[in-house]
Design a protein around this ligand. Structure first.
Ligand code: NAP
Length: 502
């Protein structure tokens, strides 16, 4: 049976209607009406989150793990309805949404397991040394404690895995932090169903209802009010460089600044080293075309740039990539705004003197088709605008004169989520020269693969130097992402009866 959204905010377990409504703009089907968020509603949610922290922040790891598992179960129970409205709102195929739901519930269950183990607390103990000269040492114990209410901005490009119940929310709840989500207006109905699931789980687990709230968007003042609310202790965000930077600046300008964990994207360059290009350039080109167009190129790890040495093998690579991209059918983009931004980015690259267009297709309305361009490393180095992300299936081949120029290109890169090396045994020496540079540029360096497809695992790093992220010491995917919402506290000479339960 088709699900009809209630269209209300979810504040501390209650459905709250706003005074104004906004219509969703689905890729298919009819729009629904949703309540517009307001600063007053944001304040109500933040106050409830702070009230919840006094119990939730001091709850046992087992209780929180049970909550995370229950959220996963409640999301699964709404699975078909989530897929149906998700497909309408985002235009993503059912199979992608089903897969992304599995990733989302898997992520919640992984965090439940992670906190049950307890290693994340990083507990340390320096026993007292009463006889130490010249001064005795007190007993010192350290462990990580939750920071308080966390604001999460749902990402448009992962309506499940990075939105209302996505990685940021899972990590914050696992840490012991209540969450206030600002829903993304690109998928309010999907967000609402996931919000309903979290609300139901909080009730089933007997938690303070302020542990979770969802304020739908509609206007910029919602996000501004959320990051500047004095009770919010940190922000998790995935989105554009412009929006993320504006919110980051607001966090820094607060009377009491707070960390803003923004993941703002990158161009994810691939370096194709000479022997690998010679031996299997055709396969790499076809693999690149597939990775570049996956999900209409709307992945933060989309490999937008391929760097290789100029010559006949580069010509062959360009020809194979062009042919592979030509066969890709138009794909629906997540929002009209994104489709418009993609076309504008494409036009900007196409109009840049010194850039040749290899593949021009026709995309209109909310559809995207791939574009392929090429230029020289020399030209790219002199034109920094070419290093900016164009969100969508757009590829740029960069021809370097020699290995030194490839290295110069690597040095000139801004912060990236990923950098990829395609290399064979004979490329080892150049790989060894590139790696120390790439390691300083990216959160993840990979070999002989494609960066789309981010494992949710203990060793994953999805972050990197600015502008890939606003905190190079953090990741927004994987169990390490819990660290963002914890801070170390040292307990000196405290009697056992006063130490935290964990
Ligand atoms: P966005 O415009 O940055 O918006 C993300 C969230 O932040 C939304 O909830 C938005 O609210 C809010 N927001 C943005 N600017 C704000 C401001 N100045 N004040 C208060 N709130 C603000 O990102 P998007 O809508 O997801 O996509 C737009 C573009 O971002 C895409 O075309 C793409 O270029 C890029 N993007 C990149 C990635 C990545 O992983 N690299 C992911 C997604 C998008 P409203 O919706 O209410 O405006």
């Amino acid at each position: 049976m088709t699900h009809t959204p209630h269209g209300k905010h979810l504040i501390a377990g209650e459905q709250v209607a706003g005074a104004a409504r906004f219509p969703s703009s689905p890729a298919h089907g009819h729009p629904h009406e949703f309540s517009v968020g307001t600063p007053d509603l944001v304040a109500r949610a933040c106050e409830a989150a702070e009230a919840a922290f006094w119990s939730y922040g001091y709850s046992s790891r087992n209780d929180r793990a049970r909550f995370l598992d229950t959220i996963a179960d409640e999301i699964d129970a709404r699975g078909d309805a989530i897929t149906e409205i998700g497909a309408q709102e985002t235009g993503l195929p059912d199979a992608r949404l089903v897969g992304e739901r599995g990733r989302t519930t898997g992520q919640l269950r992984l965090f439940a397991e992670h906190i049950r183990k307890g290693d994340y607390l990083d507990s340390r103990h320096d026993p007292a040394l009463p006889d130490r000269q010249p001064l005795p040492r007190p007993e010192l114990r350290m462990m990580q404690r939750p920071i308080g209410p966390v604001a999460v901005f749902g990402a448009s490009n992962f309506p499940l895995a990075f939105s209302v119940g996505g990685g940021d929310t899972a990590a914050a709840l696992a840490a012991g932090c209540p969450v206030v989500v600002k829903g993304h207006s690109a998928h309010p109905g999907t967000g609402e169903l996931v919000g309903d699931a979290i609300t139901a789980a909080a009730k089933a687990c007997g938690l303070h209802p302020g542990v979770f709230s969802l304020i739908q968007g509609g206007k910029r003042d919602v996000g501004e009010a959320l990051v500047t609310h004095p009770l919010i202790r940190a922000v998790g965000f995935t989105g554009s460089l412009t929006g993320g930077r504006a919110l980051f600046d607001l966090c820094a300008a607060r009377p009491e600044p707070i960390p803003f964990f923004g993941e703002l994207g990158s161009v994810n360059p691939m370096f194709i080293l000479p022997q690998a290009l010679d031996a299997r350039g055709g396969d790499i080109a076809k693999g690149w075309a597939a990775s570049l167009t996956m999900g209409a190129g709307q992945f933060c790890t989309n490999p937008g740039i391929a760097v290789l040495l100029d010559g006949p093998q580069a010509d062959q690579f360009a020809a194979t990539a062009t042919e592979a991209l030509q066969g890709v059918a138009p794909q629906t983009m997540l929002t009209d705004g994104m489709a418009g931004a993609y076309r504008a980015g494409r036009d900007r690259v196409a109009a840049t003197a010194g850039v040749q267009t290899l593949l021009k297709t026709s995309c209109d309305l909310r559809n995207a088709t791939p574009y392929l361009f090429e230029t020289t490393a020399e030209f790219w180095l002199a034109n920094h605008a070419l290093g900016e992300e164009v969100f969508g299936p757009l590829g740029l081949i960069i021809r370097a004169r020699n290995a030194d120029q490839m290295l110069e290109f690597a040095h000139a890169l801004r912060g990236q989520l990923t950098c990829t090396l395609h290399l064979d045994a004979e490329d080892t020496e150049l790989g060894q020269r590139l790696l120390p540079v790439l390691e300083r540029k990216a959160g993840r360096v990979l070999a002989n693969g494609f960066p789309t497809g981010v494992e949710v695992a203990d060793s994953m790093v999805h972050g990197g130097p600015y502008p890939a992220s606003t905190n190079f010491g953090a990741t927004s995917v994987g169990t390490l992402s819990i660290r963002r919402f914890l801070r170390p506290v040292c307990y000196q000479n405290l009697p056992d009866a006063l130490l935290p339960v964990a």
